[in-house]
Design a binder for this molecule. Structure first.
Ligand SMILES: Nc1nc2c(c(=O)[nH]1)N[C@@H](CN(C=O)c1ccc(C(=O)N[C@@H](CCC(=O)O)C(=O)O)cc1)CN2
Length: 291
């Protein structure tokens, strides 16, 4: 059972990735112990001892963390990083990620995130909602979240995307596409410089692109699903974070599939966003490790 104390004060997460080799866990643990930190959880994974890659997520408690953060960064950057060829990220549990949500007209995934955020189920700070349609403005503003309508001209996406970049620059750590029905250009993805999570309404790799429920009906599948993935320039082919499925039958029309699918989409997206905000997801090639 988790301890009764659910305090997040002075809790940090150290996420590391490096070539697999002898002594990593001991060295990281020794460095944190030397600092006076107490390791709360430690999860690790290796892709294999032969020329493999090692990943580790360590949650630790360090009294006076904020003031001592430079010390932690120094020991990692000056000792662990050069010794192991380590890539690393240090985050503080009490500093939630700033999240911008993009939506179009479909509301269920957006409202689910706003509702779970209001209930404190997802450790994030929703800084804004941006939509290419005005339909959801009142819903979003009822949660006290800023809503911005930015129409998209498919013949010239750059005008809208430049507006997005101005609004987002320096204000966001994560973008979530909550059934946002516009394809993001490679230029936008390069310039925005933060991860983007999308919910695709199919069990990828099946039915990439628009209209997956019609494609599912036409194919006569007995399972439909949803997939949350990081967004890349290759449509719906980015690293998968979370998936789930639900049984359907020949009696279900596309409207029924869409309704059943919406419940799966909401659950899958919220789990993926929560795990990302908890720094549980590490990208490796076109896959993820989820601790
Ligand atoms: N660069 C990327 N952009 C987006 C991705 C992605 O993986 N990489 N995922 C999509 C979401 N999506 C399916 O999950 C999706 C959305 C929209 C379309 C599409 O064909 N859109 C048309 C416009 C449709 C409309 O206006 O109703 C278009 O953009 O021309 C396909 C898949 C989000 N973006």
């Amino acid at each position: 059972m988790p301890s009764a104390d659910t305090s997040t004060t002075d809790l940090a997460r150290l996420i590391i990735s490096c070539p697999d080799q002898h002594g990593i866990v001991a060295a990281v643990s020794d460095a944190l112990t030397t600092l006076g930190a107490n390791i709360i959880t430690l999860d690790q994974y290796s892709t294999g001892v032969e020329d493999g890659r090692f990943f580790q997520r360590t949650v630790f408690h360090l009294p006076g963390l904020a003031a001592r953060r430079p010390e932690v960064e120094a020991i990692v950057s000056e000792h662990l990083e050069p010794r192991f060829g380590m890539q690393w990220q240090l985050t503080e549990v009490e500093r939630p990620k700033r999240v911008a949500i993009f939506a179009s007209k479909t509301d269920h995934c957006l409202l689910d995130l706003l509702w779970r955020h209001r209930r404190g189920e997802i450790p994030m700070d929703i800084t804004m909602v941006i939509s290419n349609h005005p339909d959801l403005a009142a819903d979003v503003r009822s949660f006290g979240i800023p809503f911005f309508h930015v129409p998209v001209d498919k013949a010239d996406r750059s005008t809208a995307e430049n507006q997005h970049l101005e609004m987002l620059r320096g204000n966001v750590d994560l973008i979530v596409l909550a059934r946002y029905m516009q394809i993001l250009t490679p230029e936008f993805l390069e310039q925005v410089e933060v991860p983007v999570i999308n919910i695709h309404h199919s069990f990828l790799p099946a039915f990439i692109g628009a209209g997956p429920y019609q494609k599912a009906k036409d194919r006569g599948v007995k399972l439909i699903g949803a997939t949350a993935h990081y967004v890349t320039e290759d449509l719906d082919e980015g690293p998968i974070i979370e998936q789930d499925v639900i049984r359907v039958s020949h009696e279900d029309d596309v409207a029924q599939l869409t309704q059943y699918g919406a419940d799966v989409e909401r659950a899958v997206l919220s789990r993926a966003v929560k795990w990302h905000c908890q720094d549980r997801v590490i990208r490796h090639a076109n896959t993820t490790i989820v601790f």
